[in-house]
Design a protein around this ligand. Structure first.
Ligand SMILES: *[C@@H]1O[C@H](CO)[C@@H](O)[C@H](O)[C@H]1NC(C)=O
Ligand SMILES: *[C@@H]1O[C@H](CO)[C@@H](O)[C@H](O)[C@H]1NC(C)=O
Ligand SMILES: *[C@@H]1O[C@H](CO)[C@@H](O)[C@H](O)[C@H]1NC(C)=O
Length: 203
């Protein structure tokens, strides 16, 4: 009892001191279902897009449809710094449809702290591979990314290094998941492998 009260008070004090307003999530938070694509923003009113890197890109219902030009093509989502740990978001969910067996890199962008807000970020990568060839839902836990991310200061996500160019891909319903996200475990299913020490995307 004493410990719990002490702990709660200590935690509240720490959060107040760090300038983070604790606001534990109660539901998932939609980043983008592409209804605001023509305004150049996502559902959080922050910029998204491909910076002209794709051969073709357009919004569809709930998703963005694109054809990569080559391995430098990418698509990004930005938002106001997300203290995901403090807010209780355990990971990212999105749907993807790409060629069967295809892969791509998912880049997590973090900064040193949401209160610092100095515009700099570090990149962290995971590879998502063995796509089924049909639309599938991918859950990515905030865990296991390389290069020491601060999961409590996330400023963006980037989809990049698509294994096949000149074919159509789509990504949809990009959402922060409230609560824990398990690492994918079933053998043979689409899964993620952390990329160690890779920082070659230049994004
Ligand atoms: C996109 O999300 C908004 C907000 O949740 C919802 O009102 C709208 O129906 C969704 N649209 C699509 C195409 O999923
Ligand atoms: C997006 O989410 C809506 C609502 O859950 C669903 O009806 C739709 O099929 C989804 N679309 C894509 C492309 O993920
Ligand atoms: C993807 O499929 C290949 C070929 O079946 C397999 O060797 C590899 O382990 C799979 N990757 C993951 C991460 O499951």
């Amino acid at each position: 009892m004493f410990f719990e009260r002490w702990f709660a008070a200590g935690l509240a004090g720490m959060l107040a001191a760090s300038g983070v307003h604790a606001q534990a999530c109660t539901s998932n938070l939609l980043i983008d279902n592409f209804t605001k694509w023509t305004s150049g923003v996502n559902n959080l009113e922050s910029p998204n897009g491909d910076d002209g890197s794709m051969e073709f890109i357009a919004a569809g219902t709930g998703q963005v449809v694109f054809t990569p030009k080559d391995t430098t093509s990418y698509f990004y989502e930005s938002f106001e710094c997300q203290p995901a740990v403090t807010n209780g978001y355990g990971g990212l969910q999105f749907t993807v449809e790409g060629p069967a067996g295809a892969s791509f890199a998912l880049e997590l962008q973090t900064t040193s702290s949401c209160s610092a807000n100095d515009g700099t970020y570090k990149s962290h990568y995971t590879i998502i591979e063995n796509l089924t060839g049909s639309r599938q839902t991918i859950n990515v836990p905030l865990d296991g990314f390389d290069n020491e991310p601060n999961y409590d200061a996330v400023v963006g996500w980037v989809w990049a290094v698509f294994s096949q160019s000149n074919v159509q891909w789509s990504i949809g319903n990009i959402t922060w998941i409230c609560g824990n996200v398990a690492q994918p475990t079933s053998p043979g299913s689409t899964s993620m492998i952390p990329l160690i020490g890779v920082n070659c995307l230049g994004i």
